[in-house]
Ligand binder design. Structure first.
Ligand code: GDP
Ligand code: IMO
Ligand code: MG
Length: 425
């Protein structure tokens, strides 16, 4: 398989975990390149459901090497928990999972800051974060006060943790939040460092050697294009670059070594947290999609907001990521809908626009311009080839791809590995 970057094309939860698991069969090394335990990637394999937050979703395939790249913000305590969860379900990470010495860490004090910051924001200014400390950890990275995994292996580590806890306590006091106990925290992290020591290596030469040896690399994005700190609905975004450009920054692989980009996209749209969402449906359709699609956060359990497919979003994702192939997911969720709408453009202040506005204030004023198609009202979850797709479902899929640009590579019609039709890839 050519070196592949896989990205989310909407507001996250497109089914990236499932598609990574499917593509892993042909990959040798899977590299997570950004985000942290704000992600929840669900993989259902051999009847077992697992939600992965930091470990690449390729881990369920025996013998594949998984890497947590330098662009990730890694919470050591969450990672230990995830490694244990995998071990208890028969998957051993040791000698298969490697964490970059350059990976920034999310510490308990980042989490405390994330929550205190959200609580202090007035209504309308809240982001609706996952409360996992992601924003503060990336802020620390950029302000050059972050701790990296490599620091865990040095004798100075306890002092570095203590210093950061003390500095954070001053910030927490300003936000009227409780201070943290530095001694306890130092103890917790010394223990975590010992447990994670065998996994921490310089992953840059490792990735390059694999590439030079002709192995195929699969770079796993978390979140989605519309949550990108640069390209998303700023400020209602996450603090990293989920888009395909982030794959190079977050792994150390050169852009010249990327062969193709796969964009995962749902047959409708969802969003968790705050921020504009033009096609959101507050009525029966929104409820039906949420129920049939089990649209509840894999990490926080929060209900996801649901609505129609937005081709303005898809086209924009195609542009900024350079999507070669789409993996279209959750078509089966729409099996019961009699009349389906697709947003083809927006109306902004009386004018038709085809592209994504940069300002959230403008996006909030955008009204979707819909095209309507008849539903197929047949079950699609059992089909095994495109020929078996009901003609109306096929027309819907073809129209989505036509509006989005690029080609269809994978059609997903159920959460399990088997419920997948591979078309072009
Ligand atoms: P991710 O964050 O992009 O990996 O997506 P999540 O795992 O957070 O959310 C996707 C949800 O949809 C999970 O519960 C998956 O098991 C489920 N899922 C993935 N693909 C399909 C599909 O084609 N059909 C249905 N019905 N469910 C799917
Ligand atoms: P996966 O990888 C959906 C959203 C949060 C919030 C915003 C900022 O499973 O697709 P953060 O905690 O990152 O500072 O929150 O981003 N968000 C996600 N929404 N899927 C995710 O990940 C998300 N990760 C963050 O809900 O609106
Ligand atoms: Mg998710």
């Amino acid at each position: 398989m050519p070196n592949t970057v896989l990205i989310g094309s909407q507001w996250g939860d497109e089914g990236k975990g499932k598609i990574i698991d499917v593509l892993t069969a042909q990959a040798d090394m899977i590299v997570r390149y950004q985000g942290g335990s704000n992600a929840g990637h669900t993989v259902i394999a051999e009847g077992k459901k697992r939600v992965l937050r930091l470990v690449p979703s390729g881990i369920l395939h025996e013998g594949k090497i998984c890497v947590i790249g330098n662009g990730v913000v890694m919470n050591p305590l969450d990672l230990i928990e995830e490694i244990e969860m995998l071990r208890s379900t028969g998957i051993e990470c040791l000698n298969r999972l490697y964490i970059s010495t350059r990976t920034q860490m999310v510490m308990l004090y980042h989490r405390a800051l994330d929550r205190a910051d959200e609580a202090a924001r007035p209504e309308g200014k809240k982001i609706g974060t996952t409360g996992r400390g992601i924003g503060p950890a990336y802020a620390a990275k950029v302000s050059r006060t972050g701790l990296r995994c490599g620091d865990m292996l040095t004798p100075e580590f306890p002092d570095l943790v203590r210093e950061q806890v003390e500095e954070t306590n001053a910030k927490l006091a300003q936000l009227n939040a409780e201070p943290l106990n530095a001694d306890e925290m130092v103890k917790t992290y010394i223990d975590a460092a010992e447990r994670l020591r065998p996994y921490i290596v310089d992953t840059i030469p490792m990735i390059h050697e694999a590439d030079r040896a002709g192995k195929s690399l699969l770079l796993e994005g978390a979140q989605g294009t519309m949550l990108d700190i640069d390209f998303g609905t700023y400020p209602f975004v996450t603090s990293s670059n989920p888009t395909s450009g982030g794959a190079c920054i977050g792994s150390g692989l050169s852009p010249r070594r990327i062969d193709r980009v796969v964009g995962v996209i749902k047959a409708y749209t969802t969003r968790v947290g705050e921020g504009p969402f033009p096609t959101e449906d507050f009525g029966d359709i929104g409820r039906e999609l949420a129920e049939r699609g089990h649209e509840f956060g894999a990490v926080t359990g929060r209900p996801r907001r649901c609505g129609w497919f937005d081709a303005v979003v898809a086209r924009y994702a195609q542009m900024v990521n350079g999507v070669d192939f789409w993996a279209l997911t959750k078509l089966d969720v729409m099996d019961t809908i009699a009349e389906i709408k697709i947003c083809v453009a927006y109306e902004l202040d009386g004018k038709r626009i085809e592209t994504m506005p940069a300002s959230v204030a403008e996006l909030a004023r955008c009204k979707p311009i819909y095209e309507t198609m008849p539903g197929w009202l047949e079950e699609t979850s059992n089909l095994t080839s495109m020929d078996q797709l009901p003609p109306k479902a096929k027309a819907y899929v073809e129209r989505l791809i036509e509006l989005s640009g690029g080609r269809l590579g994978i059609l997903s019609i159920g959460p399990a590995r088997e419920s997948t039709v591979r078309v072009g890839i």
